[in-house]
Design a protein around this ligand. Structure first.
Ligand code: PLP
Length: 430
């Protein structure tokens, strides 16, 4: 395109990051199945290693197929750059790595995905980092939890599993006042339904394992940078603002401006932590993203129809879908996810834990798996699986108590899914 028109989402999901292959003219992005890249000469190699020239060295740092995916997700999120990783959990560590030092903390939502709560309560302690969990519906509690050692606020746009919607602009305002970045996990919403950067987020993280790939084939993750944060303003982020000994004293922010976070993620994060996405994985995710908007439209339409049907069924106690007018988060949807409330929610079945387990075991079209964001409809009892490591209080706060099941609605015919739920509920509540 020769004019300055901003391309639309449906165009970007097909074209962003893709060029005809310079060697062969291949229209689809080739899977560059290579570990290393031949240098033109010794001087070229030295310049690449010094970050004086951008190019490919070794696939732990960068690979053309993988970089095309990073560029595509960054375009969809409205960011300046991105880093892809081997999983969503890897992406979370990669997002925090340049911000944190031993003794630093982050302020995180009580309603995060259970695996993230475990990563933040247990594993990051080994790095000397810690997390303070706060109800993000209480902005004053979020403000009060921030101290001089806080380096980020972390939330999910649509929280897994409870369908809770975070007031991202309110969290962004608090982060801005404190001079720290807001990190939003946009996995359950996808950039089609929610644009955290436009709402004030600094960084967006994804488990690309879910809707972006969309068919349950590969694990992956991504960190997207808005390019808007001033990493040098406070002295709190020396990895990005102070001289980097491993690059002859290079100051990433001074030298690379808005691309500092992305370059640091590749040149230091992937180089030394090695949580790299492989080109085969990137290929599957690129294929998935080409149809993201079409799938999300169907996911949302199906979820709305099925959540409405469930809510009106006397065998059901509660449905947490924010698309329903009865949801306490319904008003936020128009502001945070204008194209719909996603396709993930929890259901409480009359009869409690026993009925939930029988429901899961009686379904025929729904798959009982620990995943979400698949073309297929999925169900799981979170309290005994994905949220098992949490205390009962943490499970309740995350919306994953023992008497609820989590449902991820796929893109099948909604009437077939309703018929399956109907027969399974009959058996579960008999
Ligand atoms: N974030 C959310 C919202 C998730 O649901 C998950 C996994 O279920 C993750 C992060 C972690 O992603 P991955 O399983 O790709 O490591």
């Amino acid at each position: 395109m020769t004019d300055d028109r901003k391309l639309g989402f449906d165009t970007l999901q097909v074209h962003a990051g893709a060029k005809a292959d310079p060697a062969t003219g291949a229209r689809q992005i080739p899977i560059y199945q290579t570990t290393a890249y031949v240098f033109k000469d010794a001087d070229h190699a030295a310049r690449l290693f010094n970050l004086e020239e951008v190019g490919y060295i070794y696939s732990r740092l960068a690979n053309p197929t993988v970089m095309a995916l990073a560029e595509r997700i960054a375009a969809l999120e409205g960011g300046v750059g991105g880093i892809t990783c081997s999983s969503g959990h890897a992406a979370q560590i990669m997002a925090l790595f340049p911000l944190m030092m031993p003794g630093c903390n982050l302020v995180a939502s009580t309603r995060l995905y259970g695996g993230t709560i475990t990563q933040f309560t247990q594993t990051i302690k080994r790095f000397g980092w810690s997390a303070r969990f706060v109800d993000m519906d209480d902005p004053e509690a979020v403000r009060a939890a921030i101290d001089d050692d806080t380096r980020a606020i972390f939330c999910e746009s649509i929280a897994n599993p409870g369908g809770y919607i975070t007031d991202i602009p309110a969290m962004a305002a608090i982060a801005n006042d404190a001079g720290i970045p807001l990190i939003v996990d946009n996995t359950s919403a996808t950039p089609y339904l929610c644009n955290p950067i436009a709402l004030g987020a600094t960084l967006v993280v994804h488990s690309t394992t879910k809707y972006l790939t969309g068919n349950g084939t590969v694990t992956g993750g991504a960190v997207i940078d808005s390019g808007k944060f001033d990493w040098s303003a406070s002295g709190k982020f020396p990895s990005l603002s102070a001289p980097e000994p491993a690059y002859h004293g290079l100051k990433f922010h001074e030298a690379l401006g808005p691309m500092a976070f992305t370059f640091h993620g590749i040149a230091v994060g992937l180089r030394d932590l090695g949580m790299t996405m492989n080109p085969q994985g990137a290929h599957y995710t690129l294929m998935g993203i080409e149809t993201l908007s079409l799938r999300m439209e169907k996911h949302v339409a199906n979820a709305m129809k099925i959540a409405t049907w469930l809510e009106n069924d006397p065998r059901i106690e509660k449905v947490t879908y924010a698309g329903l007018p009865s949801s306490p988060y319904h008003e936020r949807i128009a502001r945070i996810c204008p194209k719909g409330a996603g396709a993930l929610f929890t259901v409480s079945v009359r009869g409690g834990y026993e009925a939930c387990v029988k429901l899961v075991d009686s379904l025929e079209l729904f798959s009982h798996v620990a995943n979400l964001g698949d073309t297929r409809s999925l169900i799981i009892h979170s309290a005994s699986t994905t949220h098992r490591q949490l205390t009962p209080e943490q499970q309740e706060a995350a919306g994953a108590g023992p008497s609820v099941v989590r449902i991820s609605i796929g893109i099948e015919d909604a009437d077939d899914l309703i018929a399956d739920l109907d027969q399974a509920l009959a058996r579960a509540t008999a």
